[in-house]
Design a protein around this ligand. Structure first.
Ligand code: NAD
Length: 503
């Protein structure tokens, strides 16, 4: 059966590369599409096109309202194709169809619209206060940076792309987008929609291919002014150190190890569902998942019994089936990595209270599967509590006092998300204020909202995406001082250095 083939999108043209590779469903191994495998020469061409488009100036001089209209037009087009693109996303990365519809597509569209609206009220240029007592004025400007590189992972690709490409384009930059090699298809469809919505040539370019060479070459390219990266902490660190060579602006959204603190006054059935929602959404492959559940010893028995019983009701299987709760993991390599973490927990003395292996049965004969897994008797020094597993694995730790819970929660190199469950809101808020994380959810999780910033403390990242300041990260500030004193104030300043001019 023939499947679609996607080329690279450079300077407004769809071009092919010498090599291509296959995208296969992580659930069924079905061939979904073939994709051009770009290399460093393609990156050079894409950056040159983006630089030329920036210098030509058509896009950056387009009024913000018109740039916003392009973003809204793309959001409209995505909305019309929501079901089709949600299914494509599911076939490409295995996220369940309920989640790709509501989260991957739904939230991305809302994010795109929020950014577009933000651009229409953003003060790209305004007069500042008068400078001193005499007539002189400062003009404050926000100008686009130039070429922005957006490098993204496979787990929630569209949202993570929109977080970068949305504000970059709304602010008048040009972009080279590099999707993850496992999940470029929805990104490629997005590029088609920008093309159809009339974005000028070269303003958005897309190069598919491996992290090294494509991502590595792009993130080090001297003509790239900013790198916006989402992915592993390891690659994020390498991008940050390379950025020093040309003093690039960098935004990083990296890994997490979210602590989820259940207080002793929590609504237990609600918190049980909340703990599974926090850990298992997107098949457990979410950077801001709640993966370290902290349960008070006073509730331990009741909570763990309910947790395991509830987790047993989850349906693992074909992610295109609307009845499925948990789908596959992205690759066989990722499956083996997750199983390795479960083994390490066993070896460190933890208990596998549920799952822990590969599910059996004809449905699981192809694809990359890990059972939803609950690991108990975990201490915070074990590998499973310290490193990001990125799979359907929830680890449970216990505590005696709230101070101890906060100490354990903050004892991590990460700081992306955290959560608190309790009926007394002021007490829960008091705990939330003490947790070192960019997002803290009270009696909920995954409350990602376009109007609020997303990003992490510590090694979870640098900067924030979305939220009311989203455009700041894609603009340079410029101060223009205009002397209107007609020779009075400026001459007085000159005299400080030059002395009084000869008569
Ligand atoms: P990864 O770092 O391996 O890959 C992410 C992207 O970087 C891909 O496009 C990849 O091709 C590219 N890449 C790989 N090597 C590169 C290099 N040397 N130079 C430049 N680019 C390179 O990440 P992954 O393991 O595939 O994705 C999962 C990670 O992403 C997890 O750690 C997860 O927490 C993180 N993540 C974070 C967020 C967030 O917002 N904080 C969101 C989603 C995922």
């Amino acid at each position: 059966m023939s499947v679609p083939h996607y080329g690279l999108f450079i300077d407004g043209e769809w071009v092919d590369s010498a090599e291509k590779y296959e995208i296969r469903s992580p659930a069924t191994d079905e061939l979904v599409a073939t994709v051009a495998k770009g290399g460093t020469a393609d990156v050079d061409r894409a950056v040159a096109a983006a630089k030329a488009a920036h210098e030509a100036g058509q896009w950056r001089r387009t009024p913000p309202q018109e740039r916003a209209a392009v973003l809204h037009a793309v959001a409209d087009r995505l909305e019309k194709r929501l079901q089709e693109l949600a299914a494509l996303q599911t076939r490409e990365n295995g996220a369940t169809i309920r989640v790709t519809g509501a989260l991957h597509l739904g939230l991305s569209i809302a994010q795109l619209r929020y950014i577009a609206d933000l651009a229409t009220t953003y003060e790209f240029e305004k007069n500042g206060p008068e400078i001193g007592p005499i007539p002189a004025v400062g003009v404050l400007r926000r100008e686009p940076l130039g070429v922005v590189a957006a490098i993204v992972p496979w787990n929630i690709p569209l949202l993570v792309i929109v977080w970068k490409v949305g504000p970059a384009l709304a602010a008048g930059n040009t972009v080279v987008l590099k999707p993850d090699e496992h999940s470029p298809l929805v990104a490629l469809e997005l590029a088609k929609e920008f093309e159809a919505a009339g974005l000028p040539k070269g303003v958005l370019n897309l190069v598919t291919g491996d992290g090294d060479p494509v991502g590595a070459h792009l993130s080090g390219h001297p003509d790239v002014r900013k790198v916006a990266f989402t992915g592993s902490t390891e690659v994020g660190k390498s991008i940050l150190s390379k950025s020093a060579d040309t003093v690039k602006r960098v935004t990083l959204e990296l890994g997490g190890k979210g602590p989820n603190v259940v207080l002793d006054d929590a609504d237990v059935p609600l918190a049980v569902d909340g703990a599974l929602f926090a850990a298992l959404a997107n098949n457990g492959q979410a950077c801001e998942a709640g993966t370290r559940l902290l349960v008070p010893n006073s509730l331990k028995e009741e909570f763990l019994t309910r947790l395991v019983e509830r987790a047993k009701t989850l349906k693992l299987g074909n992610p295109l089936d609307l009845a499925t709760d948990v789908g596959p993991v992205i690759s066989s390599g990722q499956r083996d990595r997750i199983l390795g973490y479960i083994e390490s927990a066993r070896a460190d003395g933890a208990t596998i209270a549920l799952g822990g292996g590969v599910p059996q049965g004809p449905e699981f004969a192809t694809g990359n599967w890990v059972e939803p897994t609950i690991v108990t008797d975990v201490t915070n020094d074990q590998r499973i509590a310290r490193e990001e597993v990125f799979g359907p694995v929830l680890t449970v730790l216990t505590y005696d006092s709230v101070d101890e819970a906060i100490k354990i929660a903050n004892d991590t190199n990460y700081g992306l998300s955290a959560g608190v469950w309790g009926r007394d809101e002021s007490r829960a808020l008091d705990v939330a204020r003490q947790l070192d994380a960019g997002m803290v959810y009270v009696n909920d999780w995954h409350v990602i909202n376009p109007a609020y910033p997303f990003g992490g403390y510590k090694q979870s990242g640098l900067g924030r995406e979305g939220g009311p300041n989203a455009l700041d990260a894609y603009t340079e500030q410029k101060y223009i001082a205009v002397d209107r004193s007609g020779g009075l104030e400026n001459r007085a300043a000159f005299a400080l250095v030059l002395g009084t001019p000869p008569a």
